[in-house]
Design a protein around this ligand. Sequence first.
Ligand code: 13P
Ligand code: SF4
Length: 304
Amino acid sequence: MNDSTIAEQIQGLKKARNAVIVAHNYQNDEVQEIADAVGDSFYLSKLCATNPAQCIVFCGVGFMAESAKILSPQKTVLLPERQAGCPMADSVTVEDVRALKAQHPGAAVMCYINTSAEVKAECDVCCTSSNAVKIARALPQRDIIFVPDRNLGHFVAMQLPEKNFFVHDGCCVTHTRIGLRELEAARKKYPGAPVAVHPECPPELVDVADFTGSTSEIIDFCRRSPAQCILIGTEMGILHTLRKDNPQKEFILLSPRLVCSNMKMTTLESVRRSLDEGRYVVEVEESIRLRAKTCLERMLAIAG
Ligand code: 13P
Ligand code: SF4
């Protein structure tokens, strides 16, 4: 079957199931094309909570689909590829969070949305890369435990010197594939081009970049920038929207290794099969879900 036949079938199955298809900015181009909404993790988590469709097909990775289920337990949430996970989310366990709490009693416990439901259930408040600074600033506590991304933790800590951060040592295998060497080589090749990176990148990159933000914030920055050529330090899936939005501009990925293999698992065929066979259903145990929901809802209340 070719892509347009599969895309047609997806539209029919979607109607029959009263489903909405959402896709993260890192998904394969053709998956982004058939999605009803494409965005960063904050936008998608809000959208899933408010969209009236009975079924959500989440083209992304496990923790994203799980967050949708936590916020909308009455809906069927489908993850087209069961194996699509996030190694960063897997790097922190409930035991790790409990150990940090024991070491720093009284500290607020903040987690990146890139965590399991069980870890969220142990934390006070969640955040995404687009609102982490805002959330940390709003917390009354001076001491803040942050899990799991050391690079996002560092990025937030740099902007809030009045707070004390205790950061778990996790990171993204994709964003840590690049370093200063790639950035300097690209700056030499494209002199004057601004550099936009994701806060999951190593601090030495973030420190010298012209812009740091979530995937959707990078997309906004590139839309607004008068520059004709922009260097991009995040997963390559973002290039699809960047090039569609700005056909006259040139976007250069800092490294061809900026590919998240988990995000790339989802294909048109897996979305079709997901709708056809109702798989893979995301479930979260109710006592965990209720605590994780509080953690996510605190984020939504602060970040709006
Ligand atoms: P965003 O929140 O910027 O979409 O990022 C999610 C993610 O997993 C980045 O690696
Ligand atoms: Fe996880 Fe990194 Fe992939 Fe984002 S890009 S889903 S943090 S592995």
